[in-house]
Ligand binder design. Structure first.
Ligand code: FES
Ligand code: ZN
Ligand code: ZN
Length: 297
């Protein structure tokens, strides 16, 4: 197989684009997709202070690597969830990466704060991924607010987003379908803009980029994610994609072209409160995270 651009031996074949690339031209393709995502969805520019949410996995590290390489002002933000060896290993990857590339990072340690995920899981009667999601959202928002960041970037890729879209479509849930945009505007003072610059790239493409550029990431999945429904949706979409290359891309883009507008929610003027416990902006008297922590008492 030869590179579509230069005719040299190709290292990657992208069936959905009907193209193969050598390392140099795959990198060029990849970068262009990220630039296009940022530009098309008007995510941010060089004057913005960007907080990149890092897990130690390939997506977030690739995103951090590229945004930094493109000259954006980035700080990585990692939450140590306190999930045994998985958290230890991922923290190690994040620290090594930040050091190697001389990057700024902020680490929040749930163990030190007294509420690691396994403890919350034992006390709160909800699915562990939902508990973890609430904790992560809270600390992402809090850190971005306190650090005066303009925008919060996450490494969600096309596979993540199409799996989420499929899940929301199967339930026809308008509230969730209205939140699919890879550039979600800020909400009040506390909740900053959230963007997903890797949304034009598949998991496989992100993995290939990490491999070719020597990005060392944690390969294990979170042990708590075993059996998550999102994996079911990803597998279903992978089956479709292998029979019909381009399905994910089409499904996702057509949603925004033909359907997303129909799910736009009316602007509801919800009265904002100050959380009586943590003092941050909240939809209720006590924010959902502090209500969860009350269960530990
Ligand atoms: Fe949150 Fe696994 S990453 S439960
Ligand atoms: Zn080439
Ligand atoms: Zn609170």
């Amino acid at each position: 197989m030869k590179c579509r651009k230069c005719g040299e031996r190709a290292l990657v074949t992208l069936r959905r684009h009907n193209a193969s690339f050598c390392k140099e031209h795959f990198n060029e393709f990849f970068r262009r997709q990220v630039e296009k995502g940022i530009k098309d969805y008007k995510m941010f520019d060089w004057s913005d202070k960007i907080m990149v949410c890092i897990s130690g996995g390939k997506d977030s590290l690739v995103l951090w690597y590229l945004l930094n390489d493109m000259g954006f002002d980035t700080t990585g933000m990692y939450i140590n969830l306190g999930i045994g060896e998985y958290s230890q290993k991922s923290l190690e990857k994040v620290n090594n990466f930040a050091e190697k590339h001389n990057l700024k990072s902020i680490i929040v340690n749930l163990d030190e704060l007294g509420h690691p995920i396994p403890l919350l899981e034992s006390k709160v009667k909800r699915q562990v991924c939902a508990i973890c999601g609430t904790a992560k959202r809270y600390y992402f928002n809090k850190t971005a607010y306190e650090g005066k960041f303009d925008v919060v970037a996450t490494g969600h890729n096309l596979d993540d987003e199409t799996a989420r879209l499929l899940g929301n479509v199967l339930k026809w849930d308008p509230a969730y379908l209205s939140k699919m945009d890879p550039n979600l505007p800020e909400d009040g003072e506390f909740i900053k803009r959230k963007v997903k610059p890797l949304v034009r790239l598949t998991e496989l493409e992100v993995g290939a980029f990490a491999f070719m550029n020597g990005i060392d990431y944690i390969k294990d999945e979170c042990p708590k994610a075993v059996g998550a429904t999102s994996m079911l949706y990803k597998n279903a979409l992978n089956n479709l994609e292998s029979e019909m290359p381009g399905t994910k891309h089409y499904f996702y883009n057509e949603f925004f072209r033909s359907a997303a507008d129909k799910f736009k929610m009316e602007e509801v003027n919800t009265e904002m409160h100050t959380c009586a416990v943590c003092g941050l902006e909240s939809f209720n008297e006590v924010c959902s995270f502090c209500r969860m922590l009350e269960k530990l008492k």
